[in-house]
Write a protein that binds this ligand. Sequence first.
Ligand code: AMP
Ligand code: ZN
Length: 119
Amino acid sequence: MSTSTDDCIFCRIARGEIPARKLYEDDEIVAFHDIAPKAPVHFLIVPKQHVVNLYEVDESHERVLGRMLGMAGGLARGEGAGNGFRVVVNNGRLGGQEVYHLHIHVLGGNAPLGSGMPR
Ligand code: AMP
Ligand code: ZN
């Protein structure tokens, strides 16, 4: 599954072509609030390079993936989720992926999230 970066909504956010409530940005990563939050804190950490999902990653992506995961705790704390948060990466149709540009969801807030595991 691939999407033209011209049409990809997260590529367009990365390029600054459409607005997002950004909370972090550097040369290779952007983090912004989810437009339809599922928890009091819900933001996305996104590589600026178009990568479809974890099926598509290779060794060349390891550094940026490590950085994305590495910044999740600090950003979560900064957003007020200092007592617990969850990261989720949806992959593919059966994994619930809606936007086919890799992203890490960071979810947290003021109540326990529960196990979050499919039953
Ligand atoms: P997923 O199902 O893992 O692909 O999640 C895609 C997420 O992107 C959903 O939680 C959407 O609410 C979110 N989303 C879609 N469009 C935008 C946008 N323009 N700005 C911020 N978040 C978005
Ligand atoms: Zn993209």
